[in-house]
Design a protein around this ligand. Structure first.
Ligand code: FES
Ligand code: FES
Length: 211
């Protein structure tokens, strides 16, 4: 085939393609002029028992429990690390069970009992786990510490209740707090400062005191 004809066809194809692109852009521009759909706020009233106190507040139904605690109730002990369920900084207890509060909506917990780090102990009367963290230097910057402590408290209750973990060998026996069990069960709580060995010492001391 004559090379000039090949070029001719290609050039025409480019021109056709260019026109189609221009038409699409013009349509997109027309779309952009359309008013955006109105986003309707959905506000709900939520009642929680937080650290033993009834707390009632109105919030957008899309508010996470973490944001409700920090923004609506001003309980800033619970920390926002990743906001994606990956770091454990936001761990609180709901009806005694630890959860990542960034992964759940406040409206889903209407009527539930929530315990945050502020409800475990006070500066004058620390919870044994808080005291052990201080004694064993279980923190550096302290950002992960509220989540670590809430998680550790619930984790010891899980073991006492016989809840197995991924590393439990014998599912018919009561789990024991071995080093492997402790590290597996606390693996959802990340510490960027790397205070893990001191955290493990603190938890072990509390577990032994309870035994
Ligand atoms: S902030 Fe919830 S898991 Fe990281
Ligand atoms: S003490 Fe700093 S992140 Fe754990």
């Amino acid at each position: 085939m004559d090379r000039s004809e090949e070029w001719h066809v290609s050039r025409r194809g480019v021109l056709v393609g260019g026109s189609a692109t221009a038409a699409t852009m013009s349509l997109n521009n027309a779309d952009a002029r359309q008013p955006l759909p109105q986003v309707r706020e959905a506000i709900a009233e939520v009642t929680l028992s937080v650290n033993g106190q009834p707390r009632r507040f109105k919030t957008d139904t899309r508010t996470t429990l973490l944001d409700a605690l920090r923004e609506e109730l001003k309980l800033t002990g619970t920390k926002k690390g990743c906001d994606h369920g990956q770091c454990g900084a936001c761990t609180v207890l709901v009806d005694g069970v630890r959860i990542n509060s960034c992964l759940t909506l406040a409206v889903m917990h209407d009527g539930d009992k929530v315990t945050t780090i502020e409800g475990l102990g006070t500066p004058d009367q620390l919870h044994p786990m808080q005291r052990a963290f201080v004694k064993h230097d279980g923190y550096q910057c302290g950002y992960c510490t509220p989540g670590q402590i809430c998680s550790a408290v619930a984790m010891l209750d899980e073991i006492a209740a016989g809840v197995p973990s991924h590393v439990t060998d014998d599912l018919s026996a009561k789990p024991q707090l071995s080093n492997a069990e402790l590290r597996e069960r606390m693996s959802g709580n990340i510490c960027r400062c790397g205070a893990y060995s001191n955290i493990a010492e603190a938890i072990t001391e509390v577990a032994e005191a309870k035994a």
